[in-house]
Design a protein around this ligand. Structure first.
Ligand SMILES: [Zn+2]
Length: 381
C-alpha cells in the first residue's frame, strides 16, 4: 500500500509545483499586460548574423499574423482550454521559433492537454535556447524533472557565445526541412603543416587552411604525427558512429568519405592542441569560401592513457563529434557532452560497454537544437 500512496503524493506534489509555477508565470504575464508574450526575445535580437528566425522556421507561417494568434492563444490558455491553446501556440512558434515565452506556453499547454511528446519537445527547446539562469529555462527544467512522463531528462543550454550553432538542413526558407548528409574525412595519422599544429587555429589560420586544402597535392604531402598507432583512426570512427542512431530519427545524418576535398569535416592528428583538452573542434567560418569544420585530436594524451586509450579515444571522439553537430557542454557528468574534468577520468570508473555513450539528455538537446532556427548554420557540400 505504501508504494501507490507515495506515488500519488509525488504526483500531487508535482502538480502543485507546476501549478505554482504556472500561477507565477500567469501573474507575471498579467502584471506586464502579457509582456512575456508580446515582447521580442533577447535571443531573437541576438540572432543578428543568421537569416531571420521567422524565415527559417517558417514553413509558410511568415505571413500569418503571429501577434493576433498570440492573443487568441493566451485567451484560450487563461480559460484553461489547453487543447486550443496548444494548437494556437504551435502556430505561433512556427512563425517565431526563437521566442522563448511562446515555446514555454506551448510546452505547458501541451502538458495540460495530455500531449507529453509535444510538451517534452517544447520544454527542451526552452532550455536549449536560453542560458541556465533564464526564468523560463528554470521553470521548463523543473517541469521536465517533476513530471514522471518525461523520465527525468535534463536537457542543457546550447548557447555558445550567445548563439545557436548547427548544420543547415532546410533547402530554402519555407521549404520543409530536409536532412542533408554531412561528409567526414578522418586522416590516418596525418597532421597539418608546421604553424597549424600545437596552437589554436585562429580565424586567420583557418582561412589560410581553407585555401591550402584546395591546392593540388596538399593532402598527399602531409606528414605523419608522432606516436601514431594504426587503429586510432578506426576508434575515432567508432566514436563518431556512436551518434549514428540519431540519423534514422531525421535530426542529422553523416557518412565517411575517402577524398578530403569532398568533406565538410576534416579530422587531423597533432602531438598537442595547445589547450588542456584531448580534442578540439573548430567550426567552419560561415561566409568564408570553401570553409570546413576541422577537428584536432592529440596523440600525447593517448599515450598517457596507456591501456585505456581505446575507450577514452572513443569517448573523446564521440564528445568532439557532438561539438561538430553544434552541441555545447553539459554539467551532468554522465552525459557524453560533459565539459568539466576534461573527460580523462570521469568515465574511467564506468565499465567498458559497447553501448553508445550518448545519453538521452544529449539526444533531447540535439533534437531541440535542430528544431530551432540557428544563428550560424553550416552548409553541407
Ligand atoms: Zn568539449
Amino acid at each position: 500500500m505504501s508504494k501507490p500512496k507515495s506515488k500519488i503524493r509525488q504526483f500531487l506534489a508535482a502538480i502543485a509545483v507546476v501549478t505554482l509555477a504556472l500561477f507565477l508565470v500567469l501573474a507575471f504575464a498579467a502584471a506586464n499586460e502579457t509582456v512575456a508574450l508580446a515582447k521580442p526575445t533577447a535571443a531573437k535580437k541576438a540572432a543578428g548574423k543568421g537569416r531571420s528566425a521567422a524565415s527559417k522556421s517558417g514553413g509558410g507561417a511568415a505571413n500569418v499574423d503571429v501577434e493576433a494568434l498570440q492573443k487568441q492563444a493566451l485567451a484560450a490558455y487563461m480559460k484553461r482550454d489547453f487543447a486550443l491553446a496548444k494548437e494556437l501556440f504551435q502556430k505561433c512558434v512556427a512563425g517565431k521559433g526563437r521566442d522563448v515565452s511562446l515555446q514555454y506556453y506551448l510546452g505547458v499547454s501541451a502538458l495540460y492537454a495530455g500531449d507529453f511528446d509535444l510538451a517534452e519537445r517544447a520544454l527542451c527547446r526552452v532550455v536549449v535556447m536560453t542560458p541556465p539562469q533564464n526564468q523560463f529555462s528554470q521553470l521548463a527544467a523543473k517541469t521536465l524533472q517533476d513530471w514522471k512522463q518525461f523520465g527525468k531528462i535534463k536537457p542543457y543550454s546550447q548557447l555558445q557565445d550567445g548563439r545557436l550553432v548547427r548544420w543547415c538542413n532546410a533547402k530554402e526558407p519555407g521549404e520543409k526541412s530536409k536532412v542533408k548528409t554531412i561528409k567526414i574525412w578522418v586522416a590516418d595519422g596525418l597532421q597539418l603543416p608546421a604553424g597549424y599544429v600545437g596552437e589554436e587555429l585562429t580565424r586567420d589560420k583557418c582561412k589560410n587552411l581553407y585555401g591550402m586544402f584546395r591546392r593540388p597535392g596538399f593532402f598527399e604531402g602531409l606528414g605523419r604525427v608522432e606516436h601514431y598507432i594504426s587503429g586510432y583512426r578506426d576508434v575515432v570512427i567508432k566514436g563518431i558512429n556512436d551518434w549514428k542512431w540519431v540519423a534514422p530519427l531525421g535530426i542529422v545524418d553523416f557518412e565517411f568519405v575517402e577524398d578530403p576535398r569532398r568533406a565538410d569535416v576534416l579530422y587531423f592528428w597533432c602531438p598537442r592542441s595547445g589547450g588542456d583538452s584531448v580534442g578540439r573542434t573548430y567550426y567552419s567560418w560561415t561566409g568564408t569560401s570553401n570553409s570546413v569544420c576541422i577537428v584536432h585530436i592529440e596523440t600525447e594524451y593517448l599515450r598517457r592513457w596507456g591501456a585505456r586509450w581505446s575507450k577514452e579515444l572513443r569517448d573523446t571522439s564521440c564528445h568532439e563529434f557532438g561539438h561538430v553537430l553544434g552541441l555545447g557542454h553539459s554539467d551532468n557528468e554522465m552525459d557524453v557532452m560533459c565539459g568539466h574534468g576534461i573527460r580523462v577520468s570521469y568515465r574511467a570508473k564506468v565499465e567498458y560497454s559497447d553501448a553508445s555513450p550518448v545519453t538521452r539528455n544529449d539526444f533531447v538537446s540535439l533534437r531541440a537544437l535542430y528544431e530551432l532556427p540557428g544563428d550560424a548554420e553550416f552548409e553541407v557540400k
